[in-house]
Design a protein around this ligand. Structure first.
Ligand SMILES: Nc1nc2c(ncn2[C@@H]2O[C@H](COP(=O)(O)OP(=O)(O)OP(=O)(O)O)[C@@H](O)[C@H]2O)c(=O)[nH]1
Ligand SMILES: [Mg+2]
Length: 446
């Protein structure tokens, strides 16, 4: 990709094209074009411009040799009623490499027409006000979605949920600012300042409550997007790798009677009822003089630390010997070797050898993941960026409602900060740095 362009630098005069469908043989290959020359380009190649948004069967010809390139379906979209907001078109070609190459050759040779950069169609659609920034992020997430809860979450974001939820709050903040401006005009009037403070706080409470509600769901929402981290840790030989393999239903990790077999953390990606889960097997924890094993153990500790759920495995039921901010489930392994009279109450015994409690563990894991997925899929704050913006807005409002003697000028300042945080979220202000990051992740043709 060439150098990142800023919004202002985008050369609107250029018409872009890209293959929008995947590589390889397929029945149909879609080529999209967008930009001011779309109409002329369609006329040049197809001999006519179809009615906007109506499929037309046309013969595409080479503009100079008049060689027939393909007989295909053609759709024309007239700006601004198009996805990019510009005149644009789609050629639904036969999915032949030769047809595609011939059509792309023609497009490449036309003046003022060039191949699109990754995400450039989406970028134009954003710049032309067809979608806000959070919607664009939803689109990116939808394209990456692997599980059903990820799909639901991304579709909600794509439908404009962020703007729908924060829009009314923004309006309230504007209203509060107006109240304060009045008070600033009469700064000598102490009574008025107090009254304004009361009015403003009453206005802000529902916003604060809403911000906090979403922040409460943020962790689960981020998990649905990025996956729940379930980490298996414990002393060497506890049967950690055996459990990972049993849950993954394949030999992902080496299992052996030698203590200290696993070194690097081993990740398996799973789909628990539509919730993405990353299951991590780690090196057995012990004092070791082997420098490679020590590295493995320190990685095990840091993975355990970041886990959402830690499965602490041991043969003797010892308490966890790792730090974690997540939930801990203690499991006693190799239950087949523990006779009933030596078993403790309230202890979860597992044997991968006989299968004892393996199905029960899987059920509990699925329940756990489903719980996160259901609250998380409806959560709005799917990215760290979203959470930080909500936190910034929340803190600004707390500084107002928490200090009844806050001068009106400072109240105005905090209100502006809160509004700015929300506007940045949907991309009305200060978006340059985020834009490049989002759109460069799209594939060409999106
Ligand atoms: N009897 C019995 N043996 C088991 C069970 N689970 C694992 N084992 C055996 O215990 C040994 C160690 O298993 P691993 O899964 O490699 O143990 P680990 O915790 O990954 O060990 P490290 O990677 O060295 O930390 C192997 O010989 C397994 O076959 C079980 O439920 N019952
Ligand atoms: Mg192991």
């Amino acid at each position: 990709m060439s150098k990142q362009r800023s919004a202002g630098e985008i050369m609107r005069a250029e018409t872009i094209y890209a293959v929008a469908t995947g590589a390889g043989r397929a029945a149909i290959a879609v080529v999209r074009i967008s930009g001011p020359d779309s109409r002329a380009l369609v006329r040049l190649m197809a001999g006519r411009v179809p009615e906007p948004r109506q499929a037309d069967l046309v013969t595409l010809r080479h503009p100079s040799t008049h060689d027939i390139l393909d007989r295909c379906l053609l759709l024309f979209f007239e700006g601004p009623k198009s996805e990019t907001g510009e005149d644009s078109a789609e050629f639904h070609l036969h999915g032949s490499r030769a047809v595609l190459a011939a059509v792309l050759d023609v497009l490449a040779a036309l003046p003022n027409v060039r191949q699109a950069e990754p995400g450039e169609f989406a970028r134009r659609s954003f710049l032309n006000g067809k979608a806000d920034l959070a919607q664009m992020e939803g689109l990116a997430d939808l394209l990456d979605a692997e599980t059903q809860w990820q799909r639901r979450q991304a579709q909600r974001q794509l439908s404009g949920a962020m703007r729908d939820v924060t829009g009314p709050w923004r309006a309230i903040l504007v209203q509060a600012s107006a109240q304060i401006e009045t008070a600033i005009d009469f700064t000598d009037d102490v009574d008025l300042a107090e009254t304004v403070h009361g009015t403003v706080i009453a206005l802000l409470w529902p916003v604060l409550k809403g911000l906090r509600h979403e922040l409460g769901q943020a962790k689960a929402a981020e998990r649905v997007r990025d996956g729940v981290q379930i980490v298996i840790a414990g002393p060497p030989n506890a049967g950690k790798s055996t459990l990972l393999n049993a849950l993954a239903k394949r030999d992902a990790a080496i299992v052996s009677t030698i203590a200290g077999t696993t070194r690097d953390p081993i990740e398996v990606h799973m789909d628990f009822d539509g919730c993405p889960v990353t299951l991590v097997d780690t090196a057995g924890l012990r004092d070791s003089s082997d420098s490679i094993e020590q590295i493995g153990i320190s990685r095990a500790r840091s993975r355990a630390d970041e886990a959402d759920l830690l499965l602490w495995l041991s043969e003797d039921g010892r308490p966890p010997e790792v730090e974690t901010s997540g939930v801990v489930w203690s499991i006693v392994t190799k239950a087949d070797a523990i006779p009933p009279d030596r078993r403790q109450p309230e202890t979860f015994y597992l044997s991968t050898e006989t299968g004892e409690n393996l199905a029960a563990l899987l059920d509990r894991l699925a329940d756990y993941a489903r719980g996160i997925a259901q609250s998380g899929a409806m959560g709005l704050l799917t990215r760290t960026r979203h959470r930080q913006a909500f936190e910034a807005a929340e803190q600004a409002l707390v500084r107002i409602v928490g200090d009844t003697s806050l001068p009106v000028e400072l109240m105005a300042e905090e209100l502006r900060a809160a509004r700015f945080a929300l506007e940045r979220l949907i991309g009305t202000v200060d978006v340059e740095d985020i834009l490049g990051d989002i759109f460069s992740r799209f594939c060409i043709g999106k």
